[in-house]
Design a protein around this ligand. Structure first.
Ligand SMILES: Cc1ncc(COP(=O)(O)O)c(C=O)c1O
Length: 391
């Protein structure tokens, strides 16, 4: 099997597994306990926190371990609304292409009476900064939430510019940086963001563990009350997950520069080859700055599930849209936001290759296969669409 769906999740790296097993065996006690075994667990937690913080470019004190990016996103939005209620800042502004979990939270907040505004993107998937500026007029915005890169198209978002616009209006900025991990240089300190969500399972770490970076001095209430994580996230810490997250961060840090160069070269080679063979294929975000591992392609108006089924029978696993909404019949909200018709938005599919180098050989193979054996990849009835409608 050739796996091209690394934006959905990655396989756990052996070195990560070793640290997780060690944490289960050696640091089994509760890190809040004051006895000896508790202190072993506490030291492991402190060490892991330092390593994750080093990779994310923040201090250990700024890091709150969560069950993943979804929880971190929820804490950022709900925490900001709660923290800023006395200032009467009760409006949220977020991009129209955020992760489905965040958009669902936005809809829930709207139903509860909060104002939630969406920043549109252009036909390339780039954030509309002028629209963002217009939406931020006034002094009622609690938080702006913008992802670092889109999980479907890979298009990078101008978070530094958004930070400036948001701060000028007194709003906080939350960045869902989940897709930047392992694929882009990342520094919470340099980003200008006040809050940042990440998840371990995108970089060969385990599922069910992530973090929210909270800028020093920001009073953010917890989602789950309790004493742990400096009273910012109650519940006994997931030590095996946290140990695995730290190991994954170490790996990403060591491999990232080389991995980025390789991914970029392979992604470009794949896209060049596909577009040379089938000029009618549409590459979403072709003119935009994108993640080095992501290609979002549309084969005419063929349904993505049809293309993906063909690919899988040929041994290549890819996906259309976020894993949590895949399999549904709804067109991709991301591609709709880029201006695709519902039919076209159902036809998009993405190749998301490995952020690390561990499974690199298989990706290389998959890209060559994708570029050279079109008959095994495309349904027989596929025909180029008429010129003039290539979105
Ligand atoms: C941009 C983005 N945000 C949030 C998530 C959710 O992360 P988690 O699975 O850790 O909750 C994902 C991945 O699924 C993602 O790609």
């Amino acid at each position: 099997m050739i796996y091209l769906d690394h934006n959905a999740t990655t396989a756990v790296a052996p070195a990560v597994l070793v640290e997780m097993v060690d944490a289960i065996e050696r640091a089994w006690a509760n890190p809040s306990s004051t006895h000896g075994p508790g202190q072993v667990a506490r030291r492991l937690l402190a060490d892991a926190r330092t390593r994750v913080a080093a990779y994310l470019g923040c201090s250990g004190a700024e890091l709150v371990f969560t069950s993943g990016a979804t929880e971190a996103n929820h804490q950022a939005l709900l925490g900001a609304l709660a923290a800023r209620a006395t200032e009467r800042r009760q409006r949220i502004v977020m991009s129209a292409v955020e992760h489905p979990g965040l958009l669902a939270l936005g809809r829930r907040l709207r139903a509860q009476g909060f104002a939630v505004d969406l920043i549109p993107v252009d036909g390339q998937g780039r954030l509309d900064l002028a629209a963002a500026q217009a939406l931020l007029i006034g002094d009622d915005v609690a938080l702006v939430s913008v992802m670092g890169a889109n999980n479907e198209t890979g298009v990078l978002m101008p978070t530094a510019e958004i930070a400036e616009i948001a701060h000028r209006q007194g709003a906080w900025l939350h960045v869902d940086a989940t897709q930047l991990l392992g694929k882009c240089e990342l520094s919470f300190a340099a980003s200008g963001a006040d809050l940042m969500a990440v998840s371990a399972h995108k970089i060969a770490g385990p599922k069910g563990i992530g973090a929210l970076a909270v800028r020093k001095g920001l009073a953010l209430p917890p989602l789950l009350a309790g004493r742990q994580e400096r009273q910012r996230r109650g519940g006994t810490e997931n030590l095996p997950g946290i140990a695995g997250f730290a190991a994954a961060c170490d790996l990403a840090r060591a491999e990232q520069p080389e991995a980025i160069a390789r991914m970029t070269a392979l992604r470009d080679a794949l896209e060049r080859a596909v577009l040379r063979e089938w000029p009618q294929v549409h590459l979403y975000g072709a003119q935009a700055a994108r993640l080095p591992n992501t290609s979002c392609l549309r084969f005419g108006e063929l349904d993505a599930e049809q293309v993906l089924g063909r690919l899988e029978r040929a041994g290549v696993v890819a996906s259309s849209g976020a894993a949590c909404s895949a399999g549904g019949t709804e067109p991709s909200h991301v591609l709709l936001a880029l201006g695709a018709t519902p039919l076209q938005a159902r036809a998009g599919c993405a190749s998301r290759s490995d952020a690390g180098r561990r499974r690199w050989k298989s990706n290389l193979h998959s890209m060559r296969c994708g570029a050279s054996s079109r008959r095994c990849l495309l349904p027989p009835r596929w025909r180029p669409e008429p010129t003039g409608s290539t979105r």
